[in-house]
Design a protein around this ligand. Structure first.
Ligand code: G1P
Length: 294
């Protein structure tokens, strides 16, 4: 079996109901934070982590994603004749960025089901999963942090984050024990159990799963073996729980700031903070915000 993680799976077939009407005719993965679609943040994180093989699980009405990562001759030609060199480079760098494959999820039957659709393209090797709703700003890309753990233990690794108790039922939640790693015991955990979207009173901890996973191909067998769970969907969390019977799974409390860009407030927060960090926009935007009567 190949040991190196070369592939990243991006489930992108969801209906995006939380962003209607914006997502009626446009995939939510194409909503732009400042000037870059959500999915591109995830793809860039994979590339900066050394994972270059991108697999996007799409569905009906998602062709804008394929067009985004494809070459646009008309646009390039126009920018060339108008001598817009910078823009031309920006546009080219997107299509040059990745080696991308698409697979279709015909029905939105859950995250686990989406990952299962990538089985043939992933084949018998470890792989990563990135949920583009979770945008993570970090010095070392979050996926890279998980890969460092994977390369040490050769076992599946999930991104974890502490969330306030009142929000816990929006997440997959783990029961986990701390493990010593890199001279500390505050980041790495060995998972004892996992529950998808528990009621607040049933949550085993305040440690939520965030949308970055390093998985091994055994997950496909587990995803086939399980029944629909929360929301009547095939849940990745349930597949992981099934896999836990036969192999250890780790969780890593990553360093960095995560934005829930699948939520309107989270999306706005990410927009403001990313805009403030931009060298071409930050100063003017900061001045503008200062003058708002808040
Ligand atoms: C998915 C996962 C959940 C995880 C969350 C992180 O849920 O099923 O376990 O905690 O992503 O964003 P969703 O937000 O798609 O409902």
């Amino acid at each position: 079996m190949v040991e190196k993680v070369r592939k990243a799976v991006f489930p992108a077939a969801g209906l995006g109901t939380r962003f209607l009407p914006a997502t009626k005719a446009q995939p939510k993965e194409m909503l732009a934070l400042v000037d870059k679609p959500l999915i591109q943040y995830g793809v860039e994180e994979a590339i900066h982590s050394g994972v270059h093989n991108i697999i996007i699980v799409t569905g009906r009405g998602k062709s804008a994603i394929e067009d985004h990562f494809d070459v646009s001759f008309e646009l390039e030609h126009l920018l060339e004749t108008r001598k817009k060199k910078d823009l031309l480079e920006t546009v080219r760098s997107v299509s040059d960025m990745i080696d991308v494959a698409y697979v279709r999820q015909k029905e939105a039957l859950g995250l686990g089901h989406a990952v299962l659709r990538a089985r043939e393209l992933v084949a018998n090797e470890p792989f990563s999963v990135i949920l583009s709703d979770d945008v993570i700003d970090a010095e070392t890309p979050c996926l890279r942090q998980l890969l460092d753990v994977y390369e040490f233990y050769h076992a599946p690794v999930l991104a974890l984050m502490e969330v306030p108790r009142e929000n816990i039922s929006a997440y997959g939640v783990v029961d986990a024990e701390p493990v010593g790693h890199n001279g500390g015991r505050d980041r790495l955990y060995r998972i004892r159990n996992l529950v998808e979207k528990p009621k607040t009173e049933d949550a085993p901890s305040n440690l939520a799963i965030i949308g970055r996973y390093i998985l091994t191909p055994e997950i496909f067998h587990s995803l086939e073996a399980i029944q629909p769970g929360s929301g009547g969907e095939i849940q990745l969390t349930d597949g992981l729980k099934h896999m836990l019977r036969s192999r250890p799974i780790y969780g890593y409390k990553f360093e960095g700031k995560r934005y829930d860009a699948g939520d309107k407030l989270g999306f706005l927060q990410a927009t403001v903070e990313f805009a403030l960090k931009r060298h071409d926009l930050g100063e003017a935007f900061r001045d503008y915000l200062k003058h708002l009567a808040l």
